[in-house]
Design a protein around this ligand. Structure first.
Ligand code: G3I
Length: 316
């Protein structure tokens, strides 16, 4: 579906994952971010091990600093993530006495509520649940899934909505850019939540891609359309495109083409309003320096991928 050309829609925002610990520590990091991107997601700084290191006591300081920085720069923040299977504090994964379902539900709801409540009016969208399904489409095992069961997803959305009724609430998933049983299950999950009035506003497609097998335009059109038909927004939330080996001109051009496919798909659908890349420059990408997966190189110079993304998001 090509629908962006038919309406007056705001431009698509290009954002990036930011590590607060690098903002002041690494020369060039902050200025590269500010001159290239128009919004941010904390890469690790709002994960539960950071925010609630001991049961019931929150460590907001580092997260507050990053949010204050963004607010001062008038840049929107995607909060990330309220409920995730990874990066959990040890008191959750290794309790002295195993959790009862009621106890862990209270923990989950308390964390989602306290966090959205704290940043009410300062963070306007949240990854509420992150990576719910495995590649076969079944629920991914996690302490939340194992102890609470399927209902943990609904619990998280309802608690986040209670904490900030104005925030846009997103289900963020990995690997569903391509047609697959996992994508089908994600569509069924969103349809079910919507049909029962659970406050979900959007779906995040993470977009961790490889230069040798990126999704096609048709793949992306199809997945965006499936979710848009359910009445939710869609965004690309963690895009990177890793390289197999040396960054030859040819490989960098293919990386740029993969980025262009994502940017272009987002531009063409009114439902898609933001594209976030998962890091600033190749020196700090989570996939390792050699993967060179980002749009700026290790010296924070724009790669062909940056030009491609800018053109794609502008509909050029
Ligand atoms: O900061 C410490 C450092 O002090 C220590 O010396 C070092 C030793 O291992 O670890 C450093 O922490 C690492 C942290 O990244 C910061 O670099 C952690 O070990 C490492 O596990 C952590 O990885 C993060 C990963 O999530 C964990 O799941 C990545 O940075 C982060 O990019 C990645 O992001 C996730 C999204 O949240 C969800 N989707 C998938 C994506 C990629 O895995």
């Amino acid at each position: 579906t090509v629908d962006r050309v038919d309406v007056v829609a705001p431009p698509v925002l290009l954002a990036a994952a930011v590590r607060g610990d690098l903002l002041d520590a690494v020369p060039g990091y902050r200025s590269a971010f500010l001159r290239t991107f128009g919004g941010l997601t904390p890469e690790n700084g709002q994960k539960m091990d950071v925010l609630q290191p001991t049961w019931g006591s929150y460590a907001w300081a580092a997260s507050d600093r990053l949010v204050r920085f963004a607010n001062e720069q008038r840049l929107p923040v995607r909060g990330h993530p309220l409920v995730y299977w990874d990066q959990l504090p040890r008191w959750i994964t290794r309790p002295w006495v195993p959790w009862t379902r009621a106890e862990l539900r209270a923990v989950l709801r308390g964390h989602a509520y306290a966090t959205t409540r704290r940043y009410r009016g300062r963070i306007d969208r949240w990854d509420v649940v992150n990576e719910v399904l495995d590649w076969t489409g079944r629920r991914r095992p996690s302490v939340w899934q194992n102890v609470i069961g399927d209902g943990y997803v609904e619990d998280a959305f309802r608690a986040a909505h209670a904490g900030d009724p104005g925030a846009r609430l997103v289900y963020n998933e990995t690997g569903i850019e391509f047609p697959s049983p996992q994508q089908d299950a994600a569509v069924r999950l969103v349809a079910d939540l919507r049909s029962r009035g659970v406050p979900i506003d959007g779906v995040g497609l993470q977009g961790h891609l490889d230069v040798d097998g990126p999704p096609s335009s048709e793949d992306l059109d199809a997945v965006i359309s499936r979710f848009a038909a359910l009445g939710v927004g869609v965004e690309f939330t963690e895009v990177d495109v890793s390289l197999p080996g040396r960054p030859t001109t040819d490989v960098l051009a293919r990386q740029a083409a993969a980025y262009a496919t994502v940017a272009d798909a987002c531009w063409r659908h009114v439902a898609c309003d933001r594209m976030t890349v998962w890091g600033i420059g190749d020196d700090h990408g989570w996939r390792g320096r050699d993967a060179r997966a980002l749009v700026l190189d290790s010296g924070y110079r724009g790669k062909p991928a940056l030009t491609a993304v800018r053109e794609g998001l502008a509909g050029e």
